[in-house]
Write a protein that binds this ligand. Structure first.
Ligand SMILES: Cc1cc2nc3c(=O)[nH]c(=O)nc-3n(C[C@H](O)[C@H](O)[C@H](O)COP(=O)(O)OP(=O)(O)OC[C@H]3O[C@@H](n4cnc5c(N)ncnc54)[C@H](O)[C@@H]3O)c2cc1C
Length: 378
């Protein structure tokens, strides 16, 4: 079999109905414009109006209350329609899901409906020039000021800070404990500078120069920042986003290889079939992590395995296509934006770094599985 299948294609009727609804909205959403401008917010708003931007969230926060496994069809459809996906990952899967699980009711009510409606967006301010893999050495300070705090420091490599309204920001408080804040980016004292990137979306350096935040902007309790960020990273590491990209790129590579050589020869067919078999394995890992989320469980090592396997596979598909010149065989779209395999070659290196590098995922697996003497299952 050369064509990889969507994970949930043959699932039960409610999943198919959700997919149909999403497809109908995406059919008339301004996707080409979103890709050209690298601004998917109008597409998000179209989905948000129908309660389809965060379908796994409770209805009271603008979702549909479906399972994470079911809601994954949205992420699949965004990838299959080539909608720039990182803003959705940041706003819903990372920032929103962290608030849903770790913030108090007032903060949830204040922010989640806007995130689910596509009228407000989130990004992440964790990394610093000298703190990436090891966030415990970060130096951004949260200095007590009246009831609240003033934040001082420099964050780097933040994606979509230019479009986001709020950022999850990890800082060190007066007790030297890490505290997590939700920082308004339009506030005084925030400076956002782009850092050019290989991929289409720029990084940003964000300078916080005495930015004022109130007690209501602390996520969870003061000093709980590290425990919450461990959960945030696990939400980021379901592997779903990377899996659907790998799937999209495999489909594009299959189509392009056929066009390039006037039909897929045996050698390429074997290569594509091997990658497809690994896609099936990747899908199994992703499903396992999503199923755990539905049970309210977080398993750090399974998430690390899913993140590692899906990003390594996505990168392998991207290189496979590039080595065969398949990226040049994609027909350039009339909308004048890069084809999926060109995007793949430029996005794949960053996927192995963002949200925890491949080496750190292996380190996490070794620490949690081998140290405990547990058997490491594929
Ligand atoms: C596409 C992309 C998007 C990103 N988006 C964001 C964002 O929105 N917000 C944000 O805050 N940050 C973001 N980042 C930053 C990202 O989180 C960091 O780049 C990442 O955590 C690695 O940190 P570093 O770059 O400082 O590398 P380092 O931590 O300095 O690592 C350098 C190398 O050393 C290896 N290494 C480090 N420690 C160990 C160890 N203990 N064992 C083995 N090997 C080790 C690493 O694997 C890596 O190969 C993004 C990065 C990328 C590429």
């Amino acid at each position: 079999m050369l064509t990889s299948e969507l994970l949930w294609e043959h699932s039960e009727a409610p999943v198919r109905a959700l997919r149909d609804e999403i497809r109908e909205i995406l059919a008339s959403a301004p996707i080409a414009e979103a890709r050209r401008r690298r601004d998917p917010r109008p597409v998000h708003r179209a989905l948000g109006r129908a309660g389809l931007l965060a379908p796994q969230w409770p209805v009271e926060y603008g979702g549909r209350g479906v399972s994470h496994v079911t809601a994954a069809v949205l992420v699949e459809e965004l990838a299959m329609h080539d909608v720039p996906d990182l803003l959705h990952t940041l706003t819903v899967s990372i920032v929103g899901t962290t608030l849903l699980n770790c913030a108090g009711p007032e903060m949830r009510a204040r922010h989640l409906p806007g995130f689910a409606a596509g009228t407000s967006f989130g990004c992440v301010l964790f990394s610093e020039p000298h703190a990436g893999s090891d966030l415990s050495v970060l130096s951004t300070r949260a200095v007590r000021h009246g009831d609240g705090y003033r934040l001082h420091g420099t964050k780097t490599h933040s994606i979509f800070a230019r479009l986001a309204d709020h950022a999850l920001c990890l800082a060190r408080d007066d007790d030297d404990a890490l505290t997590l804040f939700l920082v308004p980016l339009a506030g005084e004292g925030v400076r956002i500078e782009p850092i050019p990137a290989l991929m289409d979306d720029d990084f940003h350096e964000v300078t916080l120069d005495g930015v004022e935040v109130g007690p209501g902007d602390v996520v969870g309790e003061p000093g709980q920042g590290w425990a919450i960020v461990v959960r945030t990273l696990a939400y980021e590491r379901t592997g779903l986003d990377y899996y659907v990209k790998a799937l999209r790129w495999h489909r594009a590579a299959t189509a392009a290889t056929g066009r390039l050589r006037g039909g897929i020869g045996q050698h390429d067919a074997i290569g594509l079939a091997r990658l497809n078999a690994r896609l099936v394995a990747a899908g199994t890992l992703v499903r396992r992590v999503l199923t755990r989320l539905d049970r309210g469980e977080l398993n750090e090592d399974e998430a690390a395995a899913a993140k590692w396997y899906t990003t390594e596979l996505a990168a392998e598909i991207a290189w496979w296509a590039a080595e065969r010149g398949a990226d040049q065989a994609m027909i350039a779209g009339e909308d004048g934006v890069a084809d999926p395999l060109d995007v793949a070659a430029r996005e794949a290196p960053g996927m192995r770094i963002s949200g925890g590098t491949s080496e750190m995922m292996l380190e996490t697996l070794a620490r949690l599985r081998l140290d405990s003497g547990a058997e490491v299952r594929p």
